[in-house]
Design a protein around this ligand. Structure first.
Ligand SMILES: NC(=O)C1=CN([C@@H]2O[C@H](COP(=O)(O)OP(=O)(O)OC[C@H]3O[C@@H](n4cnc5c(N)ncnc54)[C@H](OP(=O)(O)O)[C@@H]3O)[C@@H](O)[C@H]2O)C=CC1
Ligand SMILES: O=C(O)C1=N[C@H](C(=O)O)C[C@H](O)C1
Length: 242
């Protein structure tokens, strides 16, 4: 039976994951949270799933590399240096990192890339996301994932074309920009929409998460899939066959 260890086990996703691990017929090898040494958990797990905080990442990756164990990283709010750490670790172990483990969002990402490519630069792209009042990072990891898909479709660099947090006299929208807007409140599990705005018409592609089970089920599927992969960096496309 596949033994899955959870980093961030006492959080909202930790609870949803524990349920999904059981439902998938896997064994929950245990959990680690803030202040814990992750090494004992990693030693008794076949694969790790991390839904915690960016601050945990460096120690977790070091310990996974030392133990030769694969890891699924769902934690968001990652900065450039975290992505370098992931690239380094992926030279030794299998690492899957994604801002969203659900099938629907990854399908949406595929559609956004295609729409951005086919509609072309005359259509402005704006990404909006809504989440529960406890969320600490913005834009969401999913919004950034969708932004990356749009940028890929447009064949442009996302970082240099992003417009975030508009306020005051911002000036007109920059040509070719990809805009981001974040709303926070209540218990919203995660809503994302991508608006394509042309002259005289708009088109919106959107995803609504009804609860966290979609993320948890996707993460467990990813963990089982990752066990059969060579070292390297992966996203959900391989898991979902997209
Ligand atoms: N990729 C995806 O599909 C999804 C990603 N997420 C992301 O997952 C992350 C967790 O979300 P959520 O469960 O709602 O958040 P919570 O705040 O509910 O849970 C986070 C957990 O991680 C623990 N933690 C914090 N710092 C560390 C650390 N340094 N080492 C180990 N554990 C730590 C927390 O412990 P303590 O409370 O003691 O600080 C807590 O138990 C977020 O980044 C979120 O955006 C969420 C849903 C889906
Ligand atoms: O914090 C959350 O809850 C979620 N975080 C992820 C993100 O930042 O995109 C995924 C999902 O939307 C829920």
């Amino acid at each position: 039976m596949t033994k899955i260890g959870i980093i961030g086990s006492k959080g909202r996703m930790g609870a949803a994951l524990a349920e999904a691990v059981m439902q998938a017929g896997c064994e929950l090898s245990g959990g680690a949270d803030k202040g814990d040494d992750v090494r004992p958990l990693i030693a008794k797990s076949d694969v790790l799933v991390d839904f915690s905080a960016p601050a945990a990442l460096e120690a977790t990756l070091d310990a996974c590399v030392t133990a030769g164990k694969p890891i699924v990283i769902g934690t968001t709010g990652l900065e450039e240096r975290h992505h370098w750490l992931i690239d380094d670790a992926a030279a030794d172990i299998a690492v899957l990192q994604t801002g969203n483990t659900s099938l629907g969002v990854n399908m949406l990402s595929f559609l956004v890339e295609e729409a951005a490519r086919r509609l072309g630069p005359d259509w402005d792209i704006e990404i909006a996301e809504s989440h529960h009042r406890h969320k600490v990072d913005a834009p969401s990891g999913t919004a950034l994932l969708l932004g990356a898909a749009a940028a890929k479709g447009r064949n442009i660099d996302l970082a240099s074309h992003s417009e975030r947090g508009r306020d005051g006299i911002t000036g007109a929208r920059a040509e070719g920009a990809i805009g981001f807007a974040s709303l926070r409140g209540g218990s919203i599990a995660g809503d994302h929409s991508v608006l394509f705005a042309g002259e005289g018409e708009t088109m919106t592609l959107a995803h609504h998460a009804q609860d966290r089970s979609i993320f948890a089920n996707g993460a467990v599927k990813a963990a089982i899939w990752l066990l059969h992969q060579d070292k390297g960096r992966y996203d959900m496309k391989g898991v979902l066959g997209l």
